[in-house]
Design a protein around this ligand. Sequence first.
Ligand code: HXC
Length: 515
Amino acid sequence: MSLRQKTTDLKKRMQGALQGGGEKAVEKQKATGKMTARERILAILDEGTFHEYDLFVEHAGKDFDMDKKYLPGDGVVTGTGNINGYPICIFAQDFTVAGGSLGYMHAKKITKIMDHAMKLKVPLIGINDSGGARIQEGVNSLAGYGEIFYRNTLASGVIPQISVILGPCAGGAVYSPALTDFVFVVDKISKMFITGPEVIKTVLGEDISMEDLGGARVHAEITGNAHFFSESESDCFEQIKKLVTFIPWNNSKKAEPFPSKHPKNKIFKIDDIFPTDSKKPYDVRKVIMAICDDSEFFEVQELFAANIVIGFARMDGQTVGFVANQPMVLAGVLDVDSSDKAARFIRFCDAFNIPLVTLVDLPGYLPGVDQEHAGVIRHGAKVLYAYSEATVPKITVILRKAYGGGYIAMCSNHLRADFVFAWPTAEIAVMGPEGAANIIFRSEILGSTNPEETRKKKIEEYKEKFANPYVAAAYGYVDAVVEPSKTREYIIHSLEIAAHKIEESPKKKHGIPPF
Ligand code: HXC
């Protein structure tokens, strides 16, 4: 055959492999509002940058007449490309081919692109749309998952790993996304669960739909397994592209800098956002937007444990991770879920050289039998661990309340914040004035002729003495009490000063965090 004939032959072979599961299966996929695997990849990557590999891989199934079946690409598309010019390794399971089920060669394709990502030190994006382990291939399918989980774990903290759930992701298959850094879900399309509705009905006699069991909202709002929720696949892809601009390619790099931009201070004015009445709630996200570049805050896990706010923004062009108590929700307390949420984010930022900016306003950890029995001790300890362990620049600003364990946990001086600033409105104390006065002046209050009047007086006395930043400042636990309008300037200066910070951790194989 001539070169031309061979090229024509190649094109024909490619056409066969590129057809996916065929017209009918593609139609079915589209009827459920889903894109095909290749369409998804092309929609995420910069135009013209996708290069596909292993198109001609064939499945290795022999039993149940599988040897007579042709499964194009063995149900998964893998390759490399760019997002906003950044290099990326990517795979997308193709549900139109045997339900995107994972057999031996399907898994090999995924682990090969994972190995590439690790070797090339670039982020990995995995699009999950699969019926799980390919039943006909038995233990080889399970082995495939094991190989993926192992690589997810080794890659953790080395390269960013992003999972996108765009269809079913059932059984043990869910553990790959769970091991990755960010999970994206799309309303009505994503479904994640360990055991499906049918098993639940058989074993427990409970009726539940797939959507109510493991739909996108469930994971974005209740379980916290998802980090980003969107209404459509295209919105989801825009979110992924945005996230990639905030994070570095790997743990030896910093996120790409952007031109510095002033916050939109006409819209986000601290004086208008922050209430004069110290009991009134406010939206801490607006404070972040009043401080950060262009008032652009990219929130992570917006719908889960909303009493803490986490996300990325830029200060003077550099990516930072914000962690902030949200006074609008449960007064911003730390509880089981918010501790989990914050601790994981802090560890991501630390692993990927992203400085942490912490905004503090909380009455402490949430009291209650439910919380105690749900393990608030263990989960709360994760925040202490994550902040103490983090060696990236750590800047803390105490806006208002910093009571008790909450004061310590929210990146205090004692957990080695590099700089702790406090607004003049800060109240740093063991507990709130009301609770404290009731305990320490109890006999005086009860023994007085007018207990209510005395209580009020004692609360005021306590407030005067402790509900301010100056006692902590007198001990050097607060580095500077700053005017709120100067917060941005102080943070940017601190980040500049701490940019080349080197902090050695004690030598060890690894710590044992309160997982
Ligand atoms: C082989 C599978 C498959 C699987 C789907 N298919 N799942 N083939 N192994 N696990 C095939 C179907 O036979 C069908 O092939 C095609 O994919 C499309 O599937 P449908 O059922 O027609 O699609 P739909 O109605 O949309 O239902 C999707 C589904 C359902 C909900 C995912 O297919 C399903 O329940 N599949 C099985 C899920 C499951 O139990 N997987 C194992 C989980 S255990 P044809 O040829 O008819 O088009 C697991 C262990 C991992 O994953 C452990 C790791 C530690």
